[in-house]
Ligand binder design. Structure first.
Ligand SMILES: C[S@@+](CC[C@H](N)C(=O)[O-])C[C@H]1O[C@@H](n2cnc3c(N)ncnc32)[C@H](O)[C@@H]1O
Length: 292
């Protein structure tokens, strides 16, 4: 977090891009979404040429979607522990046509949103749709308990400010075209990842973007995600013990800097802008030097 913590790491040779210049592929708005990192992902996967991309903390799954849609990996495995987010991915992959039809038909009045919030979904499609609606209309896209609806929204459009039915339906339809290349697991990435690392070895590329909740951490993962407790030291150790190529992103917190050093990984620093226009240093961590 402090400049001192990151001073030892060089700046990445790839500049941070304006997210508007990168295709938006995920229907979910994700706190901590990684669209800005896409130029790094493209560079990394071009060199790695993996047989599979593994994303153990999927969230909005921007990296998995980009990898398969841009032909950077033949297939992707995504893992997510939050059962509402998981329902969305299962519905999008298995029932994309239904979901996009519902998106086009939905009238996002406050009354309809409150109805959806209260109602207990009976099927995976209903639950997935509910997740999408709440994600697009709640403040900051936050699904964690206690999140509120966007009152004024962007441009004074309130609840509607992030509900773009045509765009969302089109994204769902594109995902449908790739659904035979995306495998989704609901569960704990910390438990599922070691099995995949053993199975795929060097043939896998692993994109790791875990929730991070360091004291005072600016991402404040605890407020953003329902599941935010990860054993970060165990995650670093796991990646150290296996051969897979990986790319991790983390806030540049002292604890993380220590782990990078302990395992002899490489890191570069990226100055990110958050919504308050402060620069937050973010680390991009790889086994070997990629971006210096
Ligand atoms: C930082 S976000 C990922 C954002 C994602 N990279 C994107 O572009 O949208 C972390 C995600 O990991 C999920 N998560 C938390 N603990 C997990 C676990 N043990 N296993 C799998 N997913 C987990 C959270 O629910 C959240 O969706």
């Amino acid at each position: 977090m402090s400049d001192g913590a990151t001073a030892a790491f060089p700046q990445s040779r790839i500049p941070v891009v304006n997210v508007a210049s990168v295709p938006q592929r995920s229907p979910l708005r994700y706190p901590g979404g990684k669209t800005w990192l896409i130029p790094h992902i493209r560079d990394w996967l071009h060199r790695t040429e993996p047989e599979i991309l593994i994303e153990p903390f999927a969230g909005g799954a921007v990296v998995s979607l980009t990898a398969v849609m841009e032909g950077l990996a033949p297939c992707a495995v995504m893992i997510e522990k939050d059962s509402d987010v998981a329902a969305f991915w299962r519905a999008a992959i298995e029932h994309g046509a239904t979901l996009s039809e519902w998106v086009r038909r939905f009238d996002p009045t406050r009354e309809n949103l409150e109805k959806i919030e209260r109602r207990n979904p009976r099927t995976v499609e209903e639950r997935g749709f509910r997740t999408l609606v709440l994600n697009r209309t709640r403040r900051g896209g936050i699904l964690a308990p206690g999140a509120s609806f966007s009152r004024h929204g962007e441009n004074g459009k309130g609840l509607l400010s992030r509900w773009y039915p045509e765009t969302l339906a089109a994204r769902l339809e594109t995902i449908g075209k790739y659904n035979d290349r995306i495998i989704f697991h609901e569960g704990d990435g910390m438990k599922i990842l070691p099995e995949l690392l053993r199975e795929w070895g060097r043939r896998a590329a692993v994109f790791v973007d875990p929730p991070y909740t360091a004291q005072g951490g600016k991402k404040a993962g605890r407020r953003l995600y329902r599941h935010s407790e990860i054993d970060h030291a165990a995650l670093f150790k796991m990646l150290h013990e296996h051969e897979a190529n990986f790319l991790m992103t983390y806030d540049a917190a002292p604890e993380i800097v220590r782990l990078v050093r302990r395992y002899g990984f490489d890191a570069v620093c990226l100055a990110m802008k958050n919504t308050h226009h402060n620069r937050i240093p973010e680390l991009v961590i790889t086994r070997e030097s990629q971006f210096a």
